[in-house]
Design a protein around this ligand. Structure first.
Ligand SMILES: Nc1ncnc2c1ncn2[C@@H]1O[C@H](COP(=O)(O)OP(=O)(O)OP(=O)(O)O)[C@@H](O)[C@H]1O
Length: 239
């Protein structure tokens, strides 16, 4: 889906983040300006330590900037207190991390169902599992699944709340080449079929081809933003 014109889903203005540990200051973000539009697929690229996770965590309400502003629609996240941020995360954001963090003693279905108990308008659990092509494994436990399948359960858990945005931090980092492609394909399909805005961190520049825009970070700044006139599907990517 091409970037939708209109009001951005996220507006990030002059965001900085300084981590202070004792005497040491780390400038993780040094002035980020970025609009993210509804339905966009954004890839965040950059060397280790360039600030990708810090930016993603700020967008997801897991962290707050040292200065600057972040709006989610009309909501000013930078003013939100912990209760409001918890609610924002719970209702609007789906997170996918490198490690799947599934609960080993619960089945696939139960792992996803946990979320549906605490959000206002979930989709049926089976619908979420069908979207990641795991309907037939719903009664299995995480230990009975491959890494890629476990990541697809984690994606089902992230999307079952019908989030406006899916934030993925190195979702294929622990997976082999073919499995990684399958997981990317699931994220691309959710972006296209549900219109969920997707922001995906990767070290792998080859993944860029599947994005609407590629935001390249270097040393806490946006070095450049590349727009893909023609996106390619994960199946066509090679690295
Ligand atoms: N909680 C923290 N306390 C102190 N410094 C931190 C903290 N979190 C991140 N940093 C520092 O901020 C900088 C940016 O980190 P960040 O994790 O955002 O980078 P990244 O681009 O996601 O890196 P990677 O690709 O290795 O995950 C790094 O120098 C990191 O060491």
């Amino acid at each position: 889906m091409p970037p939708t014109p209109g009001a951005p889903l996220f507006r990030v203005h002059a965001v900085t983040k300084v981590y202070r540990t004792g005497e040491v200051e780390v400038h993780a973000l040094r002035g980020i300006d970025l609009d993210v539009f509804r339905g966009e697929f954004i890839v965040l690229l950059g060397a280790s330590g360039s600030g990708k996770s810090t930016l993603l965590n700020i967008l997801g309400g897991l962290d707050v900037p040292s200065a600057g502003e972040v709006y989610f629609g009309e909501q000013r996240l930078t003013d939100a207190d912990e209760t409001e941020l918890t609610r924002y995360r719970r209702e609007h954001v789906g997170f996918v991390f490198q490690f799947y963090n599934l609960i080993p003693s619960l089945t696939v279905r139960e792992n996803v169902q946990l979320v549906t108990d605490i959000v206002p308008d979930p989709m049926p659990v089976d619908e979420a599992l069908d979207l990641v092509a795991l309907g037939s494994r719903r009664d299995h436990f995480p230990s009975q699944l491959s890494g890629g399948e476990q990541q697809r359960v984690a994606i089902a858990r992230a999307i079952v709340k019908r989030p406006e945005v899916l934030l993925c931090d190195e979702p294929t980092g622990a997976l082999d080449y073919q499995t990684g492609k399958l997981v990317l394909d699931v994220i691309a399909r959710i972006n296209q079929e549900l219109g969920t805005t997707a922001i995906v961190i990767t070290h792998n520049a080859a993944i860029s081809g599947m994005a609407d825009r590629v935001v390249v970070l270097a040393d806490g700044r946006i070095q450049r933003v590349d727009v893909n006139a023609h996106k390619i599907s994960p199946a066509e990517l090679s690295w």
